[in-house]
Design a protein around this ligand. Structure first.
Ligand SMILES: *Cc1c(COP(=O)(O)O)cnc(C)c1O
Length: 432
């Protein structure tokens, strides 16, 4: 992923061209789906140098695949990072992101307003690796500073939190991380690089569920970890996987040998090698196609979401609307600073009548699909308390912005009047 003239192109040009060249043998202009596992070695010396990480190249598709590599280069370029590692899902990306940083018994600090699945993954499943997460309210960055211990290895937050439309103060969190000598990891799924350039605001690592807005059409599960390349892994003794000798590679020190590509090289050569959560080439292809129209879709998603949020805010059966793009939102100023092009298209509102009314609205929608995904071209509706946030305690649900009356919307690309008309009739049916 060396610097090419393409890195100097604008965002929209890189959405289409980064990582993609005409295929040299056939001239095929679209990136082919390399549905292939093994790659022929020139000779045994070539094979040995590949296995020793002395030469970059393709060995076996669990580690690297040309279609997946094209997507990695495109995402690294769009985020303005140094390198990227794609994997099977957003949740796989979160394991992969922490894997080079954490030893058993280590800790990290995360926002208590994450995607419900991330709270379960960090709070329960990570415990099995003895990776310990403390959840804090990051609206008050001092909470994060107070939760730091000598074993804290990272701070994790979402740029726009799913589902509450809450915006993190990235600059403040980054300052605390920098002082502690640990990276700030930002889940940029809801914002995408089009809305929020998280590295410019001090993130060191970015994770994505590419399943959502990046692929954009609800066909392909995927995740990605992107490294800014600017964090110094050898500045302290907190990161031995990157800054101390690695036995499996004859004592190689990733930070010394690979410099600003240390983290990404480790994620492929050790992370994907042993965790095995590889992205399928077909999914990489679908995601590359989706990204070609990212800016157009995100602008439209944001316009429609603001239209729907304004409609709901006026509606007599709606108790409140939590969308950072509204003047009434307490996150309006943070949204204007970190995502001036729009506050995304996933947000929540409260329906009068609580749990029962919430279920009725969701079941009464015709155009909006009742399902657990987001970032689709289609508008989607969900009642988190009875679905995605079901496994949390009441207290965790309320902290995560998923109380009993909460309805989550992911506003799609349809005609705005059709979306609001569907919600209007669903609210009417719920009230009768
Ligand atoms: C969906 C989602 C995830 C998990 O991604 P999967 O692809 O479903 O594994 C993580 N973070 C956020 C913000 C998400 O929306």
């Amino acid at each position: 992923m060396s610097e090419t003239p393409k890195d100097r192109y604008g965002f929209e040009t890189r959405m289409i061209h980064a990582g993609s060249q005409p295929e040299p043998v056939t001239g095929a202009r679209q990136t082919p789906i390399f549905q292939n596992i093994g790659y022929v070695f020139y000779d045994t010396d070539h094979a040995a140098s590949l296995f020793n990480l002395q030469t970059f190249g393709f060995i076996y598709s669990r580690l690297t695949n040309p279609t997946v590599a094209a997507l990695e280069e495109r995402l690294a370029s769009l985020e303005g990072g140094r390198g990227a590692t794609c994997c099977a899902s957003g949740h796989a990306a979160q394991i992969l992101a922490f894997f080079p940083l954490m030893e058993p018994g280590d800790e990290f600090i995360a926002s208590n307003r994450l995607y419900g699945g991330s709270i379960t993954q960090f709070g329960k499943t990570f415990r099995k690796f003895d990776w310990r997460c403390s959840f804090v309210d990051v609206d008050e960055p001092e909470n994060v500073r107070r939760a730091l211990t000598p074993r804290t290895k990272a701070i994790f937050t979402e740029s726009i939190a799913n589902p509450g439309g809450v915006i993190s103060d990235l600059e403040a969190l980054s300052a605390i991380a920098r002082e502690a000598g640990i990276p700030l990891i930002v889940d940029n799924t809801m914002a995408t690089p089009y809305l929020c350039p998280a590295f410019q605001w001090g993130a060191d690592l970015i994770v994505h569920s590419t399943t959502k807005f990046l692929s954009g059409n609800g066909t392909s599960q995927g995740g990605c970890v992107i490294d800014s390349g600017t964090f110094d892994w050898a500045q302290n003794d907190k990161f031995p996987a990157l800054a101390a000798p690695e036995e499996a590679y004859h004592g190689l020190v990733f930070a010394e040998t690979f410099g600003d590509m240390a983290y990404t090289t480790h994620s492929h050569a050790v992370g994907l090698r042993d965790l095995g959560s590889t992205m399928a080439p077909m999914n990489a292809f679908q995601t590359l196609l989706g990204i070609e129209t990212l800016s157009l879709r995100m602008a439209r998603h944001c316009d429609n979401a603001l239209g729907v949020a304004s409609f709901l805010e006026q509606h007599e059966q709606v108790a409140w609307v939590s969308y950072a793009g509204l003047e009434s939102s307490p996150y309006r100023a943070l949204a204007a600073k970190y995502m001036p092009k729009g506050a995304g298209s996933v947000f929540t509102f409260g329906v009068k009548g609580g749990y029962e009314a919430g279920i009725k609205v969701v079941e009464s929608c015709d155009l909006l699909s009742h399902l657990a995904n987001l970032g689709d071209a289609r508008s989607l509706v969900l009642h988190p308390a009875s679905t995605t946030h079901r496994q949390l305690t009441d207290e965790q649900r309320i902290a995560a912005g998923a109380g009993p009356d909460v309805i989550r919307l992911s506003i799609g690309l349809e005609t705005l009047d059709d979306i609001t008309a569907d919600l209007e009739q669903a609210l009417k049916r719920a009230a009768s």
